[in-house]
Design a protein around this ligand. Structure first.
Ligand SMILES: [Zn+2]
Ligand SMILES: [Zn+2]
Length: 255
């Protein structure tokens, strides 16, 4: 039976993260599937880092912040919970090794329709499976919870190690940090010591990787940067000292 769900509008919530950064997130998705969208305001253009599940529209939430400026939307990697809203943007970038989006496949919202890999993901990260549906609300009254899956999309250009994203008054550089996926990237603003890490590192939850050796090398690389603040793909932001502790703990776990 399909549950009756209220309409959740607007779909994305926003909160100020300081230094011209806002965090957008989807409050009506299962906590395990919740991820961060980062909006960076620049003088000439704005940056969006990751686009969450995209079950409801992201672009109106971004336009409310970007004030008519062009927006560069970047996926730190191709997992469904980071690329769901990417198709809504005209300028879409990712690393070429994560060009297939979403990978390995799209999200399904009804528990009975979950693919095996998603059930295994819930188990790996120690999260309880939703009883019936992975939502507490729908984005609009005509939304079809049984039919919806992550909208596929393609990048309009690829980002490689060392590529810069110039917003006019501030600039980020792409760091290729494989391991979680082959094409995982971080975005690093050396001038401020700020980094967007995607799923390469976060805190308060178990990390995941496809390639343990590449993952370990990427973690060591992150530990060696002079990071002041890290904004990650999931959960809260954290300072450099906590990042280095989290890296050390993860490296011990990787053996
Ligand atoms: Zn991921
Ligand atoms: Zn993720």
């Amino acid at each position: 039976m399909i549950p009756e769900l209220p309409v959740g509008h607007p779909w994305f919530a926003a909160e100020d993260a300081g230094s011209g950064i806002a965090r957008l997130f989807e409050p009506y998705v299962d906590p395990f599937l919740e991820s961060n969208v980062w909006h960076v305001s620049g003088a000439e253009r704005d940056l969006v880092v990751d686009t969450a599940n995209g079950i409801g529209p992201l672009r109106p939430a971004v336009e409310a912040l970007s004030d008519g400026k062009p927006v560069v939307a970047i996926a730190t990697h191709a997992h469904f919970d980071h690329v769901g809203g990417l198709h809504e943007f005209d300028d879409r970038r990712c690393h070429r090794l994560d060009a297939e989006m979403p990978a390995p496949a799209g999200l399904r919202l009804m528990r009975e329709a979950f693919p095996d890999w998603l059930v295994e993901d819930f188990a790996w990260y120690g999260s309880p499976l939703p009883e019936v549906v992975a939502l507490s609300a729908v984005p609009d009254a005509s939304f079809d919870v049984t039919a919806w899956t992550t909208p596929p999309t393609e990048a309009t250009s690829f980002l490689d190690e060392g590529d810069a994203i110039d917003l006019g008054d501030r600039s980020f550089v792409a760091l290729h940090t494989p391991g979680h996926t082959d094409g995982s990237i971080c975005l690093w603003e050396e001038a401020s010591g700020m980094i967007f890490t995607g799923d390469a590192i976060y805190v308060d939850a178990r990390l995941g990787w496809e390639d343990p050796e590449a993952f370990a090398a990427s973690l060591v690389r992150l530990r060696d940067l002079d990071i002041r603040i890290a904004h990650s793909g999931h959960g809260r932001s954290f300072e450099g000292a906590e990042l280095r502790d989290a890296v050390d703990a993860a490296l011990r776990g990787l053996g």
